[in-house]
Design a protein around this ligand. Structure first.
Ligand code: 3PG
Length: 209
């Protein structure tokens, strides 16, 4: 899949922190049951790669990718684990360069016009806008629409059920990302039906926009 296909595959991408690999598949299934398709597993825990591997093998309805990809080594490990895409919080040339020859796409994070220009230099046009709320939110994305007509964003960072509508209304926003769909305490307690309910409610809000 290309990066644009990933951003177009669903309106909401959960940003997931999986501490225990045994929770990965039930969590992924709970989200898929709630109408979510694209899943981002952040490489912030030692079991994250195992979580990606298990979801990619056991939950074929999901499109699972790696988040918090900080360098070329992370990128390669994510790919080997079965990730269908890689998301980074920022953009460095080494990562962008590597993505050119990679079978999976990179969706790099940007927060400024110069960073969007760096992404374009490498042919990357489907970007994460991070940290969305802290970097000026909807107003910044509206400003990007003028000079960067072919660029699409997935704002992430500070997105909630309350503010996601304002982002999803923008023509240059295809989806939003956030951690609210997989709250740590619900994952730890294995409250899968509650997570499905959050996903359903979120998808319903996104559909009304
Ligand atoms: C992240 O990478 O941590 C995401 O941006 C999630 O941000 P959030 O917790 O504000 O949704």
């Amino acid at each position: 899949m290309q990066s644009l296909d990933i951003l177009n595959a669903g309106r909401i991408i959960p940003v997931m922190v999986v501490e225990e690999a045994q929770n990965a598949v039930p969590l992924a299934r709970a989200l898929v049951q709630g109408g979510i398709k694209v899943l981002e597993i952040t490489l912030r825990t030692k079991e994250a790669l195992e979580a990606i591997k298990q979801i990619s093998q056991e939950v074929p309805e999901a499109i699972v990718g790696a988040g918090t990809v900080l360098n070329a080594i992370d990128f390669k490990k994510a790919q080997v684990a079965g990730a269908k895409f890689a998301i980074s919080p920022g953009l460095i040339p080494a990562l962008a360069q590597m993505s050119k020859d990679s079978p999976i796409p990179l969706i790099p994070g940007v927060a400024s016009a110069s960073e969007v220009m760096l992404a374009l230099e490498f042919g990357l046009k489907s970007l994460k806008f991070f940290p969305a709320q802290a970097a000026g939110g909807v107003a910044t994305l509206k400003s990007f629409a003028g000079p960067f007509k072919e660029v699409f964003f997935c704002p992430t960072g500070g997105i909630s059920l309350e503010n996601m509508g304002a982002y999803l209304k923008l023509d240059n926003v295809l989806c939003v990302g956030g951690s609210w769909l997989a709250p740590k305490e619900l994952v730890q307690a294995k409250e899968w039906p509650k997570i499905t309910a959050i996903a359903q409610r979120s998808v319903a809000v996104a559909q009304d926009i």
